[in-house]
Design a protein around this ligand. Structure first.
Ligand code: BV8
Length: 273
């Protein structure tokens, strides 16, 4: 568990800073029951497999693939049914879970230091920061609850669950297969979202990195942009990452435990909530 001294230092930085930017990864949603990318896909229960699956139905095919093989255009073109079913399973899973104490603590910090801004820059596609009440969120890699067509990007709504293959972009549009509104490996990020993230990193004086293995670009260049502009860097993770040697304070522990402790200390610091 983390020394209270380091927690106090970070709590003081939060209550005295001008602008905060936060980069989150799959680790912050792990305590809600959302599998991380690096942790092998857990054995999923019967209910997760949707109606059609029976007790002895085979292990879902996607468990045999490295997520980055499925989270890319080539994967979708090669295995449209498999990739569609993987995202359908993930969509049903994230809509069946709740934000955890880590997500809620970040929403509290936003209220605590208002009107000073807290910008949440997330790699997650699960919308749990939104559901936790955070207001200022940048979804670097999109989200899995909205869809567009593969060929022309026509936005689609009301997409049913449990479909075994990608539905088509409804006429009179173009009949192309629908895909989730996520950024796949090999695809460029939305330029507006990326520029807003870079701006938040350049302008903040405190940058907090939570629950990411710090391997995916360009997301992981953001803390270095902040560091280059004089911001203090804090990392929260259950294990060290390639970024850990660069941060001012490394807080070892689960974000669902460490973040609420920091909020309590910041509140005790007499910050009005
Ligand atoms: C691009 C959406 C232009 C889809 C995702 C430069 C060098 C090398 C490679 C590249 C490069 N530039 C580009 C690349 C290629 C690639 C890349 O970075 N590859 C990596 C793997 C080397 N980047 C791209 O393709 C990007 N596009 O750059 O376009 C271009 C294109 C080609 C070539 C040049 C330029 C697009 C990247 C976005 C891909 N889409 N997601 C979907 O979700 O299905 S990425 C996806 O994986 C996530 O969004 C996230 O970003 C990443 C997973 O990482 P994490 O979130 O960190 O999760 P992970 O499981 O790895 O780690 C969890 C961590 O939490 C661990 O550290 C664990 O210890 C910790 N933890 C666990 N529990 C807790 C905890 N911590 C605290 N509390 C807990 N309870």
């Amino acid at each position: 568990m983390q020394s209270s001294a380091s927690l106090q230092i970070v709590a003081d930085w939060i209550t005295n800073c001008r602008k905060i930017a936060v980069l989150t990864g799959a680790g912050i949603s792990a305590e809600s029951g959302v599998p991380t990318f690096r942790s092998s896909q857990p054995r999923i229960s019967q209910s997760d497999r949707g109606e059609g699956a029976s007790e002895n139905s085979p292990t879902p095919l996607w468990e045999k693939y490295d997520p980055s093989e499925l989270a890319c255009a080539q994967g979708f073109l090669k295995h449209p049914e498999l990739v569609w079913q993987w995202y359908d399973w993930r969509r049903r899973l994230v809509e069946g879970v709740e934000p955890n104490a880590g997500h809620l603590a970040l929403a509290q910090i936003e209220k605590l230091i208002a009107p000073r801004p807290v910008t949440i820059i997330t790699q997650n596609v699960d919308r749990l920061h939104h559901r936790a009440g955070s207001q200022n969120i940048l979804e670097l890699h999109g989200n899995i609850i909205s869809f567009r067509c593969f060929d022309h990007g026509h936005q689609a709504s009301e997409v049913p669950y449990n479909l075994l293959e990608p539905p088509l972009c409804n006429p009179p549009h173009c009949n192309s297969k629908l895909r989730p509104n996520v950024v796949w490996f090999g695809e460029s990020l939305d330029p507006t979202t990326l520029e807003a993230s870079m701006k938040a990193a350049r302008q903040c004086d405190l940058f907090i990195v939570i629950g990411t293995s710090a391997l995916v670009q360009p997301a992981i260049s953001l803390p270095y942009v902040a560091e280059g502009n004089g911001a203090k860097l804090v990392e929260i993770n259950i294990e060290r990452t390639p970024l850990s040697d660069h941060v001012d304070v490394f807080l070892s522990g689960k974000s669902g435990t460490v973040l609420p402790s920091i909020v309590d200390l910041a509140k005790a610091h007499g910050g009005a909530l």
